[in-house]
Design a binder for this molecule. Structure first.
Ligand SMILES: O=C(O)CCC(=O)C(=O)O
Length: 299
């Protein structure tokens, strides 16, 4: 089992927070919300997903976005504003302020996801493929925070990440470009088959990194990481901790309030217009009140 960079009183000192984020690129903050509150929340979210599953029948048009509709709640806090004190517990707030400065933004990028498993990427693989370079500027500071609502141990449904990879170039940009070229080339597909899948094995390149670790977490622990870090969901090998249909995760983004915020939100707006259509819609009054009280800039 991987040793997590779990925040203790010692690690919560500002110098340590900055050092760990600079060297390893991630921290784990333990949840301060009582377990029964977390369990009640989990129950409520599961019921929401179940209702959606029953109500949503895939039509021909919907088919490609059906899984997304059924298992992802875009801007989930508007639906469940009681999430705010969990997303911004005192420890999480302290880490955000230390890493990003007192004026930081709660981005319009937060989702509640069920059974979401993806391949290795950084949060800037997609922007870079679309021609953006804001994440390479020294004053661009963005953290992604992931909270799982179940325990995860070893490689079974939580987060797999590559410590220190945020300080290197994103390898997945060139891998994804090569994969796209491969999809278009009959010759390459033929050679891949001939080599017994040793050549052009993008499946492996996008899943395996020998320096990566699977992070254990308790329900509600927050994995706080530099968006430039290579990561993916752990593969649910045994299904013991996340049996099918049981993985629930909250993911959201925060960043320093500076010249890059508008550029980043512009990228989100252009990315998938349907998915991010809420960007310009009003926020729930409880979210506005919470952010005002805590001094968080809400976008
Ligand atoms: O849901 C997960 O476990 C991983 C999510 C993730 O990698 C992402 O949202 O970028």
């Amino acid at each position: 089992m991987a040793v997590a960079n779990t925040v203790s009183e010692q690690l919560l000192k500002p110098g340590n927070i900055r050092q760990r984020l600079q060297d390893d690129g991630y921290l784990v903050a333990q949840q301060s919300t009582p377990e029964h509150t977390m369990l009640a929340l989990r129950y409520k979210l599961m019921a929401f997903f179940e209702e959606r599953r029953h109500n949503a029948q895939p039509t021909q048009v919907q088919k490609s976005t059906y899984k997304q509709y059924r298992d992802i709640i875009p801007y989930g806090v508007n639906e469940f504003p009681e999430l705010m004190p969990i997303l911004f517990s005192p420890d999480i707030l302290a880490i955000c302020r230390t890493a990003l400065g007192d004026d930081f933004v709660f981005l319009p990028e937060n989702t509640v996801m069920r059974d979401y498993f993806n391949t290795l990427h950084t949060d800037f693989t997609e922007p870079e493929l679309l021609g953006h370079n804001f994440h390479k500027e020294s004053d661009f500071k963005k953290l992604t925070i992931g909270i799982y609502l179940q325990e995860n141990i070893d490689n079974d449904g939580g987060m797999f990440l590559v410590p220190g990879s945020h300080n290197r170039q994103d390898p997945y940009v060139s891998i994804r470009l090569a994969q796209q070229a491969f999809e278009r080339s009959r010759v390459k597909k033929f050679l891949a088959k001939l080599s017994g899948n040793r050549l052009y094995n993008y499946h492996k390149l996008l899943r395996v990194d020998k320096n990566g670790i699977d992070l254990p977490n308790k329900p509600g622990d927050a994995l706080i990481f530099d968006g430039r870090l290579a990561h993916r969901a752990s593969i649910p090998n045994s299904g013991k901790w996340t049996p099918k249909g049981e993985k629930l995760a909250l993911f959201y983004g925060v960043m320093s309030n500076n010249r890059h915020v508008d550029a980043y939100i512009g990228y989100l707006r252009d990315l998938k217009r349907d998915f991010y259509s809420y960007i310009d819609e009003p926020r729930h009054p409880d979210i506005v009140r919470f952010c005002e009280k805590e001094g968080i800039t809400l976008r």
